[in-house]
Design a protein around this ligand. Structure first.
Ligand SMILES: [Zn+2]
Length: 150
């Protein structure tokens, strides 16, 4: 595991910093954050159906309504996955802390957590990856939807 580099660029208006993490670029808490703190927001073009999502964006696009996808170009693009994440995504596509997060901790969500009750599309194998989040409940291979966070 490579050492975590210091933050390289501030994300304006949100208490989060874009930095390099062991898993690539990621966001870390810019201070001790309480639960319910907005830290990033998904913003970008909305595309659908799924086959219209550009190939290079398939792994970043998020489902916002049945077969309607948002390609995030804001800082939320860099929120990484964890199986026991410290953030969730609310109805306004905002990444919000789910528990107290200490300064410098990486901000994470569960990529495969279904956040609404609509029917889900088949899992695309291009979304699959091996998780190394290190939590006791780590899924290992992330390759399907989960209705509830672990
Ligand atoms: Zn994991």
């Amino acid at each position: 595991m490579e050492p975590v580099a210091p933050p390289i660029r501030p994300v304006p208006h949100w208490p989060a910093l874009l930095t390099t993490t062991p898993g690539g670029l990621g966001l870390i808490a810019d201070g001790d954050l309480p639960p319910g703190q907005p830290v990033a927001r998904y913003e970008g073009p909305v595309v659908g159906p799924f086959d219209r999502v550009p190939e290079v964006e398939v792994r970043y696009a998020i489902l916002i309504a049945p077969d309607t996808w948002l390609v995030p170009l804001s800082s939320a693009r860099y929120v990484n996955h964890a199986c026991d994440p410290n953030c969730t995504v609310d109805d306004l596509l905002t990444v919000v802390t789910a528990r107290p997060v200490p300064a410098g901790a990486e901000l994470t969500i569960a990529y495969n957590h279904a956040t609404f009750d609509e029917p889900l599309p088949p899992w695309d194998p291009r979304w699959s990856f091996d998780c190394a989040c290190g939590s006791p409940g780590c899924q290992g291979r992330v390759d399907d939807w989960r209705r509830d966070p672990t």
